[in-house]
Write a protein that binds this ligand. Structure first.
Ligand SMILES: *Cc1c(COP(=O)(O)O)cnc(C)c1O
Length: 428
């Protein structure tokens, strides 16, 4: 499908073609495996002489539509859908780094990603240096000959700071290292990191892309532009024993620019197995059809809620990248299109106790550990997601006892105000 179409059109059509059944709704391929035409056909598929369906862990036509659609929306060359945003991040890292290699990462990450980098990857011999991403020089200072990738989120945790992706990608490319960006909080409707120099983008499909809080999934989108032939990228330059000595950066012919996604499919996904299900891929595609409409409403509602909280006497502080006085406003308005996202965080007067009272008195808004649902969600991180940390560790991560995190949904905005207002009144 032509990428000359506009974003709204691509969200509805990219990657999908009408098949022989003429169905307008997207067909869902609930199958684990595919019949070979002959023994030669089977042998050619296994030897990569021909690309085609073998087994759904590796590929499935429904996954293929999701992958093509997301590659089109993010302006990438190819994509790979997997079982979760977490699996997407893990496979992206181990598709670049092995034992002895280092990652330089932002320190204000999604909690699960921080734990992966801080305590799981070291067991595999991959070390991470955590730095404040707001000054790209912090990254440059700690790069050494072992560094194989830079990693950041666009909108950070917990106070929604915004990283300068263009400047960080310049640091990465000065050292010939890829920049991998988790853009879950933006979605391509607000920001496309590949257009700002990032090499690989990760999304949790679980959040705004799926948009309805009904399933878990993740995707990795590759620009196809990074040059993997540098010998420091061992995984692309040394012969792969499981593919008759194939070197991914050299031996794929016309597909060499897709080396990153090809390798991720054929090595981590094939052999570690965190594949998405066809049903979830289909469901995420339904969500993506309306992404532009939903995301615009999320942004509009979040802006109104941020302004409402700013003026509320029970509220001590508010962070939203769309507020002109916010420290992230300048960077956000320079990079983002269409709005500033659906997340708002604020502090309640009265600290932890008031935070708990507020949460316990919400009626419309759901108290749960997710973001990016069409319905408004709230959480008090100090007593939930970050409760295993000591108060000092919480403060170090910016989790103040009074902090409330809102994922603003697409309800009638006066009803969101109303619920927040009545719950805030109970904290006085
Ligand atoms: C939710 C989330 C993840 C993890 O995604 P899952 O689909 O829950 O595994 C990673 N990064 C960010 C920014 C997230 O919000």
């Amino acid at each position: 499908m032509s990428n000359k179409y506009g974003f709204n059109t691509l969200a509805l059509h990219a990657g999908a073609e009408i098949d022989e059944t003429n169905s307008r709704g997207l067909p869902l391929h609930r199958t684990s495996s595919y019949v070979f035409n002959s023994t030669t056909h089977a042998a050619d598929l296994f030897a990569l002489k021909e690309l085609g369906n073998i087994y759904t862990r590796l590929m499935n036509p429904t996954h293929g539509v999701l992958e093509e659609r997301m590659a089109a929306l993010d302006g990438g060359a190819a994509a790979l859908a997997v079982a979760s945003g977490t699996a997407a991040t893990f496979y992206a890292v181990i598709n670049i780094c092995g034992h002895g290699d280092e990652v330089v990462s932002a320190n204000n990450l999604y909690g699960g990603t921080y734990t992966m980098f801080d305590s799981i990857l070291p067991e595999l011999g991959i070390k991470t240096k955590f730095e404040n991403p707001l000054d790209p020089d912090n990254f440059e200072k700690v790069i050494n000959e072992h560094t194989k990738m830079l990693f950041t989120e666009v909108i950070g945790n917990p106070v929604l700071d915004v990283a300068n992706i263009g400047a960080i990608s310049e640091v990465a490319h000065r050292h010939h290292i890829p920049l991998v960006v988790d853009s879950t909080f933006n979605t391509p409707y607000l920001f496309r990191p590949l257009e700002h120099g990032a090499d690989v983008v990760i999304h949790s499909l679980t959040k705004w892309l799926g948009g309805h809080g009904t399933g878990i999934g993740g995707i990795v989108v590759d620009s196809g532009k990074f040059d993997w032939t540098d010998r420091k990228f061992r995984l692309y330059n040394e012969p792969d024993a499981s593919y008759h000595g194939l070197r991914f950066a050299h031996d794929l012919g016309d597909l060499n620019p897709l080396a990153f996604i090809m390798r991720m499919r054929l090595v981590p996904l094939r052999n570690l197995g965190a594949c998405i299900s066809p049903d979830n891929a289909w469901m995420f595609l339904q969500g993506i059809e309306t992404l532009p409409l939903r995301m615009q409403r999320h942004c509009d509602n979040a802006m109104e809620i941020a302004l409402y909280l700013t003026d509320h006497p029970a509220v001590k502080w508010v962070r939203y990248p769309g507020l002109e006085q916010d420290p992230a406003y300048e960077m956000a308005s320079r990079q983002f299109e269409n709005g500033f996202g659906g997340m708002v965080v604020f502090g309640i007067k009265g600290g932890r106790e008031a935070g708990e009272t507020f949460i316990n008195n919400l009626a419309l808004i759901s108290h749960l550990a997710n973001v990016g649902d069409a319905k408004t969600l709230a959480i008090h991180p100090a007593s939930t997601t970050h409760s295993q940390l000591s108060e000092d560790q919480q403060l170090e991560g910016g989790i103040t006892p009074d902090l409330i995190r809102l994922s603003v949904g697409i309800e009638s905005v006066e009803d969101i105000h109303g619920d927040i207002g009545q719950a805030l009144d109970k904290t006085k």
